[in-house]
Design a protein around this ligand. Structure first.
Ligand code: NOJ
Length: 574
């Protein structure tokens, strides 16, 4: 059993994702900002989170809200300045937390000076920094290959300045950098160094699997698949073999790892990679030390709630990411429908998901507002601000309807990016107290996206007061996760389902702490009713439950309320 103290921090940590535009607006212009985030760091610390990941706040025209970067070494003025970013790093470290920035290696904004130069003429020194090709004959007016972008349709964009096409794996205004050009690799590794030198503890790597494409520009082959899924990016009857998860991208991850390995204390990388477990695991190298440190397992986003769905997640995760690999657990993020709304806004289910995340082996990711049960907000495509909404608006209605069904209504992403709900105070005109829009902004200027009308009930202040709130459930589970090495660094053994009643998922977490074995037992009740079963040992001690209404347990029985999760131990443990 590994010594829990020798395990690196990034394998034991808990991560909270902040969407800067929506967290807290300190200036009153309706847009969240860095000083706003700084003023809320104590909240995150008290919640019990250890690491913060920020969606991008670099200089950007904001057509994809920061994922279209104009300057990787500066900050968007509406969010603050470089000095604010440095202060943010310091304030996070002063509180004993870590900071992970988003790094968009794959592409830039079309407004980046590199692209402006590149598109200006074929002889420009920056021409080869992006991927330019002649169109197909006749007259070069058809795209160079059949390659689709990740959002559907050809990813090739015609540019009349030089009568050539550039490749964009995501939206048309996000041209892909050419990683076959060594100068691009050097520049982007230096960009990461720029932030690592400022003390950043790691990066979340945006669409990492798209860095390299086929060098011979061969067409993608046909496949029987209409819509993409998290585990297979092929779509519209085309596999993504030539465009996604190319072997040269895997090779490049070694350079990323070498870069972070130069730094002490340890830094870490988590990659956004689409594909099956087998494919995404390859990004972490053969033995977990040559590639990036971890990847998102987006299978979590597709998993059906229930014993079978979660049991299978656990089984697959352990199969493909056994120690020394480390699984990641994210159920919501800035690109998909908030999980609680997929669960019918059922708080007990949301608490169960959280307790699962915080007690299984791996690193849990919480998306801002998830801890108070913030819901998906309905925003019509005409009111939406997301670049995807503007792109899809052109599609026929019936196609949109099918897509919306497939993606739980989230083909554009405004609904999961609404302002954080800090308090029950309303709009400027209602409160006049200098604390407006659910406490998001100090002034009566409309926020960039509407606040969920459920804010009087779903907000931080209210939930702090209620011991049985989802917020307090998060706090309890985060607290025990920090307290018990068995939970944050221990080994995991999943119980044979035959030894437990139907639809009870159970696992044991074990760690050696100062020579003493610490054991915790976790049971999740996926049933709609109360379940009682004999305990494995006498007098189990309750360490935590998702509900404060949990029946005291003792004697030789364990009782679980509907959808309850409990953590128990055999005897009193420190
Ligand atoms: C994936 C990010 O998560 C998403 O928000 C972004 O729009 C695309 N990559 C393009 O950078």
């Amino acid at each position: 059993m590994p010594n829990v103290f020798s395990i690196p921090w990034w394998k034991k940590t808990t991560v909270y994702q902040i969407y800067p535009r929506s967290f807290y607006d300190s200036t009153g212009n309706g847009i969240g900002d860095l000083q706003g985030i700084i003023s809320k760091l104590d909240y995150i610390k008290e919640l019990g989170i250890e690491t913060l990941w920020f969606s991008p706040y670099y200089d950007s025209p904001q057509r994809d809200f920061g994922y279209d970067i104009r300057n990787f070494r500066d900050i968007a003025p509406e969010y603050g300045s470089l000095a604010d970013a440095e202060q943010l790093i310091k304030e996070i470290h002063d509180r004993g937390m870590k900071i992970v920035m988003d790094m968009v290696l794959n592409h830039t904004s079309e407004e980046h000076s590199w692209f402006k130069e590149s598109r200006s003429n074929k002889d420009n020194p920056k021409r080869d920094w992006y991927i330019w090709r002649d169109g197909k004959k006749p007259n070069g007016k058809a795209p160079p290959t059949n390659w689709y972008s990740q959002i559907g349709g050809s990813g090739w964009q015609y540019d009349s300045t030089t009568d050539q096409w550039y490749w964009a794996a995501f939206l048309p205004f996000q041209p892909d950098l050419n990683y076959r050009n060594p100068a691009v690799q050097t520049e982007m590794l230096d960009t990461m160094r720029f932030w690592l030198d400022k003390g950043v503890d790691g990066f979340r790597l945006d669409i990492l699997g798209s860095l390299f494409e086929d060098s011979e520009f061969r067409d993608n082959p046909f496949c029987f698949k209409l819509l993409p899924s998290e585990s297979d990016p092929g779509m519209l009857f085309q596999s993504a073999e030539m465009t996604i998860n190319h072997p040269d991208t895997l090779e490049f991850t070694k350079k990323l790892r070498e870069l972070t390995d130069e730094y002490r204390p340890a830094r870490f990388l988590v990659g956004e990679v689409l594909g099956s477990y087998e494919t995404i695991r390859k990004f972490c190298g053969e033995s977990g030390i040559e590639g990036i440190h971890s990847v998102f397992q987006f299978q979590t986003l597709e998993a059906k709630f229930g014993y079978d769905g979660f049991g299978s997640l656990l089984h697959q995760s352990e199969k493909w990411f056994p120690d020394p690999f480390i699984p990641t657990w994210a159920f919501s993020n800035h690109d998909c429908t908030r999980r609680i709304s997929i669960l019918g806004n059922n708080l007990d289910k949301a608490k169960l998901v959280a307790a699962f995340q915080f007690t299984v082996r791996g690193v849990p990711y919480t998306y801002y507002g998830e801890e108070i049960g913030m819901q998906q907000v309905k925003i019509s495509i005409n009111e939406a601000k997301d670049g995807l909404a503007l792109f899809y608006k052109k599609f026929p209605n019936f196609i949109l309807k099918i897509m919306q069904k497939m993606f739980h209504g989230a083909i554009y992403r405004d609904g999961c990016r609404t302002p954080m709900q800090w308090s029950g105070l309303g709009s400027g005109s209602e409160s006049g107290s200098g604390n407006n829009y659910a406490g998001f902004s100090p002034s009566p200027v409309d926020p960039w996206l509407p606040v969920d009308s459920e804010y009087p009930r779903i907000n931080v202040d209210e939930q702090k007061k209620d011991p049985d709130s989802i917020l307090n459930c998060y706090r309890r589970f985060l607290a025990i996760r920090r307290q018990y090495p068995a939970l944050h660094a221990g080994k995991m053994d999943v119980f044979d389902p035959k030894t437990l009643p139907s639809k009870i998922l159970g696992y044991k977490r074990t760690a050696l702490v100062n020579g003493v074995e610490q054991k915790l037992y976790v049971f999740l009740n996926f049933n709609k009713g109360v379940v009682q079963f004999p305990s494995l040992f006498e007098n189990p001690k309750l360490i935590a439950s998702t509900t404060i209404l949990s029946q005291p347990i003792g004697g030789s029985q364990i009782t679980l309320q509907p959808l309850e999760v409990i953590v128990v131990s055999r005897e009193k443990q420190k």
